[in-house]
Design a protein. Structure first.
Length: 216
């Protein structure tokens, strides 16, 4: 199970690397229209559904992958979603979760900047009334996982991230943030956000990242 499809990067990766049938799910109807253009139709089936209420039998899957999705779930239904993952997984099977989460307390300069950038984005989206990532501490996710019955939980940063990816990633973030900030109605708040974004840009451009500190 690939939960959720989004831009289908993970579904594509899984369907290219594995000789397995993949069910990719998302609650967004538009995703359904795009997915079959980028993945192998023989191996992937798309199902439109809510992660917190999966239309699959108990033990249907031998693996669940939840990539960059958990913190985007709205209305605090993360716990229910994890329960659904546990229910639909065969016993002794694996669940993989990746996400961007603020590392608290930040362990490096890079962590600190990543957390500030993350929170700036969240605040701008919040002010606009747009959906945004929830700040889920890793300790909370680990506790939820244990509560729903995943007893062997491992947690850590993704090490394969490269220096270039971080700075390149920020360029994209910077562009998105500028657009987001432009839509903040109050001019004083807009100015504060712009000043903070520029401060982050200066700091991030000169900071030497250590591989893999901002992502879990
Ligand atoms: C950032 S995208 C996932 C990225 C994806 N893994 C990829 O490789 O491109 C997050 C997706 O989660 C979906 N989503 C959020 N809450 C959901 C829910 N409750 N049920 C199903 N899908 C949900 C959103 O519609 C969005 O498409």
């Amino acid at each position: 199970l690939d939960a959720a499809t989004g831009g289908a990067n993970m579904t594509k990766l899984l369907s290219n690397k594995l000789e397995a049938s993949i069910i990719s799910v998302d609650v967004d109807r538009e995703v359904a229209e795009d997915i079959y253009q980028v993945v192998n139709k023989n191996r992937v089936t798309f199902v439109l559904c809510d992660l917190a209420n999966l239309p699959f039998r108990n033990g249907a899957f031998c693996c669940v992958v939840c990539d960059l999705t958990l913190s985007t779930i709205e209305d605090w239904r993360h716990y229910q979603t994890l329960k659904e993952f546990k229910r639909t997984l065969k016993p002794k099977s694996r669940l993989y979760i990746t996400d961007y989460l603020p590392e608290e307390p930040p362990k490096s300069k890079r962590d600190k900047l990543a957390v500030e950038a993350w929170r700036l984005y969240k605040a701008a989206s919040h002010l606009k009334g747009a959906p945004h990532y929830e700040e889920l501490p890793s300790t909370l996710i680990i506790q939820w996982l244990k509560d729903v019955g995943f007893h062997d939980v491992e947690y850590g940063p993704i090490k394969a991230r490269e220096k270039l990816e971080w700075k390149e990633g920020f360029k994209e973030y910077y562009g998105n943030m500028k657009k987001e900030i432009a839509e903040v109605k109050d001019s004083k708040i807009r100015m504060v956000f712009r000043t903070k974004l520029e401060e982050l840009r200066r700091e991030i451009t000169k900071a030497e990242p250590q591989a893999g500190a901002e992502s879990t």
